[in-house]
Design a protein around this ligand. Structure first.
Ligand code: URA
Ligand code: SF4
Length: 228
């Protein structure tokens, strides 16, 4: 008799993962929803287990799917730039996504990003919960509506409520701003620059809540003046 095929889901895999690095391995075996079938690999969060800040996006994109790392494509480049402008040290930030596999539809040779539905988001949620409960960040920043909906709730509208600092049992500070990919999709140059400036301004507000170890130390005004 053939053995019944076993499709492990998040609950079982997470329960079996004793350390943080074993979680990262375990996610590759996840069959909690169907998205894995179209993806190259799962993309777990990246950063130190001791990070004080966690950024949460939607799902890996094409580049992330191939590289196995979150935010390494165009949206990630923009995110790096915005964090630097806001004075936040990128290497002190843990970056992850609501959904761990790249959800796509095939169009010719291209894989086109497809928003995960609420069932898939729900199925993947235990992985995000496991990251949050093991890292216990001081600040969680949702990037875009998918993450805000998953961690804050349906009543939070990113366009209206962005930058608001919310008390939550997930972290002392929970907040949301736009997704950097939405900046990239803004066609008009002036609008796009304004969007970027507002994104940086939201991140600066978050920077004000962080310990100095998470911030880029800038030369004092005095020493900078002396450098020119
Ligand atoms: N967009 C996301 O939401 N996450 C990534 O990792 C890359 C792009
Ligand atoms: Fe599991 Fe999430 Fe991948 Fe679905 S998207 S298979 S729940 S890791």
């Amino acid at each position: 008799m053939a053995l019944k095929s076993h499709s492990p889901g998040p609950a079982e895999l997470i329960a079996g993962a004793k350390s943080f690095s074993s979680l990262r391995h375990a996610v590759q075996k996840c069959r909690g929803c169907d998205i894995w079938q179209r993806a190259t690999q799962a993309v777990f969060g990246e950063g130190s287990e001791n990070s004080e800040v966690m950024l949460v996006g939607e799902q890996p994109g094409n580049k992330e799917d191939l590289a196995g790392q979150p935010f390494v494509g165009p949206a990630g480049t923009l995110l790096d730039q915005a964090l630097a402008e806001a004075g936040i040290r990128r290497e002190k930030v843990y970056v992850t996504n609501v959904v761990k596999h790249f959800n796509s539809t095939q169009r010719g040779k291209l894989r086109i990003h497809k928003k995960p539905n609420s069932e898939e988001i729900g199925a993947c949620h235990p992985w995000l919960e496991a990251e949050i409960s093991r890292i216990r960040p001081k600040v969680i920043v949702c990037l875009g509506a998918t993450a805000a909906k998953a961690l804050i709730g349906r009543d939070f509208l990113v366009t209206r409520d962005r930058g608001r600092l919310i008390k939550s049992n997930l972290a002392p500070i929970l907040t949301a701003t736009i997704h950097p990919a939405s900046i990239l999709r803004t066609p008009d140059d002036n609008d796009r620059h304004a969007e970027m400036a507002q994104f940086v301004s939201d991140l600066r507000k978050i920077a004000a809540e962080l310990p100095s170890s998470a911030l880029i130390s800038r030369p004092s005004h005095h020493s900078r003046a002396g450098a020119y």
